[in-house]
Design a protein around this ligand. Sequence first.
Ligand code: MF3
Ligand code: CO
Length: 250
Amino acid sequence: MINRKSKREIQQMQDAADILVATHKEIAKRIKPGVTTLELDAFVETFLEKHGATPEQKGYNGYPYAICASVNDEICHGFPNDEPLKDGDIVTIDMVVNLNGGLADSAWTYAVGNVDEKGQKLIEVTKEALYRGIAQAKHGHRLGDIGHAIQTYAEGEGFSVVRDFTGHGIGPTIHEDPHVPHYGLPNKGIRLKEGMVITIEPMLNEGDWHSKMDDNGWTARTVDKGRSVQFEHQIVITKDEPIILTEQDK
Ligand code: MF3
Ligand code: CO
């Protein structure tokens, strides 16, 4: 069932999102060769606590960390670890903030030092693909319009779209209906309605789109060792432009 959110629920999510955005801005300052993703995880926990918020991913279906940190060929749900990030790495940090029950979910990809040209292009195209998907997310449009906009743009730029993970409705839990695929056909799928709150979170690969699961049961990585990048926003469907709750440059 897809629930639509009240003004009050949306405001609670916006308050959580404000903290999430501040956290991402702090992470951006800390991403450097030599830093470990476990250090970033610890930073996030402390930072959220200081702001009266909690990391919703920790303990969600047994997930053990505050953040997901997915490096290079890891697609999503990478475990933070004690391996220092290296110059040229690409790392996606994904987290969900809970503030008084309001949830905010946003993943952002960071370049560590100097990333090669193809990697930079993968980052730029994935971010642009997210915004092209968001532009379709309006009352009366269909889910397929979002996926189609993302897929045609991404594939036109020579990258592939991961199909094993999708965006999702959010609130009161992290994953609610509907699933929001990042591929698809225009004019197909359920109709979007004012008040729905969803995430759009395309994962683009430089090679094959297929994924395989690590032994930890969480981390998905590419089958051909190609790199993967993800950007995710949480948005509110309206009759006009969607409201991007997790926007970083408001
Ligand atoms: N933020 C992730 C998503 O967009 C949530 C993953 S749940 C976790 O789906 F527990 F694995 F972190
Ligand atoms: Co999400």
